[in-house]
Design a protein around this ligand. Sequence first.
Ligand code: ATP
Ligand code: MG
Length: 253
Amino acid sequence: MPSLHGISVLPLTSLGLDHPASEERISAGVPGLDAMLGGKGYYRGSSILVSGTAGTGKSSFAAHFADAACRRGERCLIFASEESPAQILRNMRSIGVDLAPWIKQGLLRIEASRPALFGLEMHLVHMHKRVTEFDPRALIVDPISNFTSSGSVEQAEAMLTRLIDFLKARSVTTLLINLTSGGDALERTQAGISSLIDTWVVLSDVEVGSARRRRLNVLKSRGMAHSSEVREFRITSNGIDLGNAAHRKARRR
Ligand SMILES: Nc1ncnc2c1ncn2[C@@H]1O[C@H](COP(=O)(O)OP(=O)(O)OP(=O)(O)O)[C@@H](O)[C@H]1O
Ligand SMILES: [Mg+2]
């Protein structure tokens, strides 16, 4: 008897735009970023893009977001396609974010695979299955740039639209990471993806004198009065520091 278990049916796109829109806000995991997002963080169930060139701190922001979800007692699922779970745990421990206890407690799952091995359609099926099984409240895809390498930009965008539709219908807050290559990160990120995104955080590093400084800008965040500042941040062994050091010192005095 042929089994039906191997068959998955996925809608091509949802017909209506009828996702729920929560008023609830959840922490980005970095207090300084919550402050920039109207003081309250992301909307629950929204889609967030964190983009930047290599090494700008994208995965570190994702780790803080995952950690904050687990601290609230919520399940978080990470789809990683560049680093193995062991690498992610080691690297994030180096910035003071220990995700291992959350895995032990069953709150965090890291699914690592290369989309090119499956093809985009099968990868989407795989993601649907994992989401349905684990039923996370927060989800991270690190990075989505790998989708474009295993299909055309149009195919990757169609796949992301279907994924985001599916996740929004379930009120899963989704953080997508996009690795942009060299040059102007803003220009090079596909405009097509932007329309799917509620909050877009851009990371960059800039040469100042003989050093490189990390910078962050909230390019857009639908439905809230967000900061439009370009803020400097540091990655430290105690996590991301996006505080304004000068302000803090002044307050302490
Ligand atoms: N303990 C630490 N203290 C200070 N900086 C650190 C520490 N650990 C890592 N870093 C910095 O963080 C950077 C990596 O950050 P992260 O992995 O979040 O960047 P990314 O944007 O995800 O990189 P990639 O493009 O490779 O995926 C390292 O290149 C290093 O400069
Ligand atoms: Mg990374």
